[in-house]
Design a protein. Structure first.
Lengths: 119, 450
């Protein structure tokens, strides 16, 4: 499963994720959050408020994304992730966090903005 | 020359905790007996240790083992700290936490930043470092250029906060809750001493009541080794192995790089007394100056070094006769040792005992002055100091009274106010620093003034 998923992710976005692949990514995200927070995976419930209940902060989000990049051998562009990932979205649950990550992989990347000539 | 701010009467600055990481061990008590026994941490390092693809003329060094460093920092601080900081910062944090625990200000186990620090807003952090996270930066660049996987060929999200030397102070603040001034200082190889003197000033001026101060450097990177070698400063005496650094010896051939960190908890005496802390020693005073002469060399007869030592004596209000031991800068280079010996002869003609710990610990650059300050505190507590290792043929050009046996020191025991110890640190750029430490009085107030 993992090797096939890595190959799909490395082929580039948008990625068609099966339900089992989406579930695998979700659990990988849960484990990454638990590793970052140094708590048991069981404490990361779907309905947990990732910032308010679990105490994740913006530095922790970087750590979580780095773990996923390392594990799946693909960069995760912070600037293209939904606002759920940003500190300040106080109502974000782990479920919405995971949905945001899956949406990121399922959507085509945003084309880079050409550099401006304006001085 | 900087004249340091004076405390108001009775406002001595005392040392209430010490922490140390050297190539001889993690913790003061891991290094101290081995130093007294004359043991050297200098050894040959394997070529695999250096990933930058340049030819090295020598691979000698006194290394803080990276695997043990990683294991210890992971046991001491939360992931959010060790995962976002460089090994250079880790070695500093371990020394600082040991010092804080020794002072009764840290529980000695992992915290989450919520550990209550008494008077946290009146506590400062002053850390000196010569290279900052230079080794981490070097390894990051190598990784970006050579990683097999494409995803690894990018600069880490944490690169900037890990590179910056100020993170040494920032991470300690985040970890402990300290909210006073938090600074990283650089004056090359006197950085640690400069940090201690800046902390002393802050305490004397009342900018804070307590300071966590010291220095840290991990020096053994390929570019640092090659850089010192290309300057002609490095001992290439591989055959001598642990004896490759020989301060004040006629056969001395240069410095050997070492690694480490040291930290002292400094407190205004009345603040220490208020919380019932026991003073270990007194930081009596000190001075820093600049030579305005040469980027790499001291003035020939050691005039700048002598002026710095004299200014330190004046600042501490100590007469030269009270100095019973000198922790010399003593790098083992031809010029430094001759200049320092000349300066010592001029300032301290009575000839106190001298030892240069770089023979055993290597030159730890920005950590060196702070390491010797910690050893001076232990010396004042125990009446001992490390002997001058590897001195078999004293150089007539270096007429110092080298300490041969640790039991023969004239350091005063605790409670004897008639002794003081001088700690020297000199640096490229002409940055000199001298510290004076004295024993704590048995009553605890701590002023060692006669």
């Amino acid at each position: 499963m993992k090797e096939a998923l890595i190959a799909k992710l490395q082929a580039g976005r948008p990625v068609h994720l099966s339900e089992s692949e989406a579930a695998y990514l979700t659990e990988a995200l849960r484990e990454a959050v638990a590793t970052t927070l140094e708590v048991p995976v069981a404490e990361i419930a779907d309905g947990s408020l990732v910032f308010d209940d679990l105490g994740l902060d913006s530095i922790d989000v970087f750590d979580v994304l780095d773990q996923l990049s390392e594990q799946f051998e693909v960069p995760v562009a912070l600037e293209e992730l939904p606002e759920t990932f940003l500190r300040g979205n106080e109502g974000a649950t782990f479920r919405s966090f995971a949905e945001g990550l899956l949406r990121y992989f399922r959507e085509a990347p945003v084309p880079p903005t050409p550099p401006s000539d304006a001085g | 020359m900087v004249t340091h701010a004076r405390t108001e009467p009775g406002g001595a600055v005392v040392v209430t905790g010490i922490g140390l990481v050297t190539a001889l061990g993690f913790g003061v008590e891991a290094s101290w007996p081995r130093l007294l026994a004359g043991e050297s941490a200098i050894r040959g390092l394997p070529s695999e240790r250096f990933t930058l693809p340049i030819a090295l003329p020598v691979r000698l060094g006194a290394e803080v083992p990276r695997a043990e460093l990683a294991e210890r920092i992971r046991g001491a601080v939360p992931r959010s700290v060790w995962n976002t900081s460089a090994p250079e910062c880790h070695v500093w944090l371990l020394a600082a936490l040991e010092a804080l625990a020794h002072a009764g200000l840290w529980p000695g186990e992992a915290g989450d930043g919520a550990v209550p620090m008494p008077d946290a807003d009146r506590t400062g952090i002053y850390v000196g470092t010569g290279g900052g996270a230079h080794g981490f930066a070097e390894s990051e660049y190598i990784r970006v250029y050579t990683a097999e996987k494409a995803v690894q060929r990018d600069v880490s999200r944490f690169a900037i906060p890990m590179y910056m030397a100020s993170a040494f102070a920032g991470q300690l603040s985040i970890l402990t809750g300290i909210r006073g001034p938090a600074l990283a200082l650089n004056s090359a190889c006197s950085s640690g001493s400069s940090a201690l003197l800046t902390a002393l000033d802050a305490l004397r001026l009342g900018r804070c009541d307590r300071a966590v101060a010291g220095g840290a450097d991990l020096t053994l990177t390929a570019s640092t080794l090659k850089g010192f070698a290309n300057l002609g400063a490095l001992s290439l005496d591989t055959a001598a192995g642990p004896r490759a650094c020989r301060p004040f010896d006629a056969t001395r051939a240069g410095l050997v790089l070492g690694e480490g960190a040291a930290c002292l908890v400094l407190e205004r005496a009345e603040a220490a007394a208020r919380r019932g802390a026991t003073p270990l020693a007194v930081l009596m005073g000190g001075a820093v100056n600049a030579e305005a002469h040469h980027l790499l060399a001291p003035r020939e007869a050691g005039e700048g070094m002598a002026e710095c030592m004299q200014a330190a004596l004046a600042d501490a209000d100590v007469v030269p006769e009270r100095i019973v031991h000198v922790f010399a800068h003593g790098t083992g280079t031809r010029q430094n040792d001759a200049c320092e010996a000349a300066a010592l002869a001029r300032v301290l003609p009575q000839g106190p005992t001298v030892s240069a710990t770089k023979a055993q610990l290597g030159h730890t650059l920005g950590a060196a002055g702070a390491i010797d300050a910690v050893l001076a505190v232990r010396g004042l507590q125990t009446g001992q100091a490390p002997p001058q290792a590897h001195l078999t043929q004293p150089d007539p050009a270096c007429p110092v009274r080298a300490l041969r046996e640790p039991a023969h020191t004239e350091l005063g025991p605790r409670g004897d106010p008639a002794r003081a110890v001088l700690v020297n640190a000199f640096a490229f750029g002409g940055h000199n620093a001298s510290l004076l430490l004295g024993p704590a009085l048995a009553g605890g107030e701590g002023s060692a003034h006669a």
